[in-house]
Write a protein that binds this ligand. Structure first.
Ligand code: AMP
Ligand code: ZN
Ligand code: FE
Ligand code: FE
Length: 281
């Protein structure tokens, strides 16, 4: 059964497996093409491409950029980006730096709450410049402060939780512009995050399309059948591309597997053609 997976994280950001291991799992799930979409970094792409060539899996260079939307976030995926583009890499470096600005403030709050963690420990565990809250969650787990990443987010790290600190984020239009400047296609990730009515989401997507958005991630590990249908409908009405992926992270999202999400995800191979066409038109 052939399928694709256009949303995967590796150890280059907050995933717990290196690109080679993610590709191996993809092969086992029958994935024929995938995109590495690490947060704010493209470092995992060359390894993924090498291994993909060996395993016969097409690797699409991607990235995921968080942007500010009211009090929340919209994540924008970039596909078929020119990952060596100097300007894109400068932008991504700025975003990674804003993480180093925020994370120590989260650690400070955790310390005030009586949890003994240091940013050095988090950075050592992360082993990458794109350090995220899931890395902090893993350190909290390793020290026995929480039993799971979910508990770490619920109690401390989620928006509104005890140690939450917002991060300086670009506007969605900026993230979209950066991706397009690197000749990529910009796609709205996991629309389930958008706390709007169906009509509100439609209007948002319409606005983002005006700012250069090319598609919507209709298929996603946690989307219900009803959500998938709703997002598909919006994509059709706005003539936006349809994409999909698992958002695999390994350890911090232990219920999500490469290619199949929670078991029921199937992103059709047929979505790849139109995406490619849009990227190379
Ligand atoms: P950051 O990039 O540091 O803002 O961290 C956000 C990332 O944390 C998201 O992209 C998700 O990958 C992850 N995340 C958010 N909520 C949860 C959760 N409840 N459990 C596990 N991971 C989460
Ligand atoms: Zn993540
Ligand atoms: Fe995301
Ligand atoms: Fe993601």
């Amino acid at each position: 059964m052939s399928r694709i997976d256009l949303h995967l994280h590796t150890t280059h950001s907050d995933g717990s497996l290196p690109p080679a291991d993610v590709l191996t799992l993809a092969g086992k799930s029958g994935v024929t093409a995938l995109a590495i979409t690490d947060h704010d970094i493209v470092g995992g792409i060359p390894e993924a491409m090498d291994v993909g060539e060996r395993l016969g899996i097409e690797v699409i260079p991607g990235v995921e950029i968080s942007s500010r939307y009211g009090d929340g976030e919209l994540h924008i995926l970039g596909y078929f980006i020119d990952w060596k583009d100097a300007e894109l890499n400068r932008r991504l470096a700025t975003l990674r730096n804003s993480r180093h600005d925020r994370n120590p403030r989260i650690i400070e709050k955790l310390n005030e709450l009586g949890l003994a963690v240091t940013y050095d420990e988090v950075r050592a565990l992360a082993g990458t410049e794109s350090v995220g809250r899931p890395h902090i969650a893993r350190v909290l787990m390793s020290k026995g402060y929480v039993a799971s990443a979910k508990e770490a987010f619920d109690r401390y790290l989620s928006e509104g939780a005890a140690a939450y600190v917002p991060r300086d984020l670009p506007a969605p239009a900026e993230a979209i512009t950066w991706i397009r400047a690197a000749r990529g296609v910009a796609v709205l990730a996991h629309p389930t995050w958008v706390k709007e009515s169906a009509e509100g989401l439609y209007r948002l997507c319409d606005k983002l399309k005006g700012e250069g958005l090319g598609g919507i991630e209709v298929h996603y590990s946690t989307h219900t059948a009803q959500q998938t249908a709703e997002y598909l409908n919006i994509a059709k009405r706005l003539d936006l591309l349809v994409t999909g992926g698992s958002d695999f992270h390994g350890l911090t999202k232990p219920d999500i597997e490469v290619g199949v999400g929670r078991g029921g995800l199937k992103v059709p191979e047929q979505l790849l053609g139109p995406l490619k066409k849009a990227a190379f038109a």
